[in-house]
Write a protein that binds this ligand. Structure first.
Ligand SMILES: [Fe+2]
Length: 334
């Protein structure tokens, strides 16, 4: 069976092994199949190489001096820059404990020593195929983030709004004990929630004064447009309700669906509160930036009026008070 017959999968593979003969053998095997190979004689060098070069896959010997393959794997998986790179650990067939520890530190696959050529190539190709898909997904997400930031960048008054919203919404979500996928959705939602403003003309988006009835109508379409833009991305499925419902109000007077109370998705209620706070504490052409205390007072009145979820607002006040540095001091929303 020839592996050359399958569609060409290429990539850069980092091989870390303290035995020179093992490194050379692996390098020869993988280079022969068209892969770029980088080698490292120990763990620290492997991590250094990884910070310098873009590797698509890492093969680590478990037993290495200075730093074991398990430790290197753990560091790779703990670093947001590298955690998506698949890691194969090579270990002796009999060492079950190595494999259990390997799973614990996030290894993606294992290879028994002595390494079998066919098995090595099959595992490498399978993981690289997966990595290719992850890369595509990452690229699609990063296009959306770039688009969202470019919309934010149009308005000098909204500078940094997305990042602050992402940070504070995720922190508020954590404080409320939301599951990890909702916290991640809040972080993403913070950046992309206003992406639908791409459909709003600049003359309206950047208008210094109030908006006419017609202009408001267009502006109020941005949550639905934003949801439509992000809908094809499966990894954004928890973000979509945040985008669509971030302008709903607790008493049903918000838009686009006029949802009320608990029927507004929880994560959207979280983002709405952070969004409004950021807008209040931001200078706009028609208003000065409120202090944190003033913004919270205003929002307390709005909670009494029925606009915001009182329980979430209560937690948000705690979050703000507990924050040593109040970084939410610039931003805007509409
Ligand atoms: Fe918005």
């Amino acid at each position: 069976m020839s592996f050359r017959s399958s569609p060409a999968i290429t990539g850069t593979i980092l091989v870390a092994d303290d035995q020179a003969s093992n490194r050379e053998l692996m390098q020869e095997l993988l280079s022969h199949e068209g892969f770029e190979v980088i080698t490292a004689p120990d763990g620290p060098t492997a991590l250094e190489e990884l910070s310098r070069a873009q590797a698509d896959l890492v093969v680590l010997d478990v037993l290495m001096p200075r730093m074991s393959g398990l430790e290197v794997c753990e560091k790779i998986k703990a670093n947001p820059e590298t955690y998506l790179i698949p890691v194969i650990l090579t270990t002796s067939l009999s060492d079950k404990q190595d494999r259990i520890n390997g799973i614990r530190v996030g290894a993606d696959d294992f290879l028994s020593r002595p390494v079998d050529r066919t098995e090595l190539l099959a595992r490498v190709r399978s993981l690289l195929k997966l990595k290719l898909r992850t890369d595509e997904l990452e690229r699609a997400e990063s296009v959306l983030f770039t688009l969202a930031r470019s919309i934010e960048g149009k308005d000098p008054y909204t500078l940094g709004h997305c990042e602050r919203l992402a940070d504070y919404s995720a922190r508020l979500g954590e404080q409320l004990g939301l599951p990890a996928e909702q916290v991640t959705a809040l972080r993403r939602g913070g950046v992309v929630h206003d992406i639908g403003k791409i459909a709003v003309p600049d003359a309206i988006l950047l208008k210094p004064g109030g908006l006419s009835k017609e202009e408001w109508k267009l502006m109020r379409e941005h949550p639905v447009v934003g949801e439509r833009i992000c809908a094809p991305l499966k990894s954004f499925r928890y973000v979509l309700p945040i985008i669509r419902h971030h302008h709903e109000k607790f008493d049903g007077s918000g838009y686009p669906d006029g949802l009320r109370g608990q029927s507004i998705p929880l994560a959207a209620r979280v983002l709405a509160i952070v969004d409004v706070y950021d807008a209040l504490t931001t200078q706009r052409p028609y208003k000065r930036a409120f202090s944190s205390a003033e913004a919270l007072n205003t929002m307390r009145e709005e909670v009494a009026r029925g606009w915001w979820d009182p329980d979430i607002f209560c937690q948000f006040e705690r979050l703000i008070r507990n924050s040593e540095a109040n970084v939410l001091s610039h931003g805007a929303t509409r």
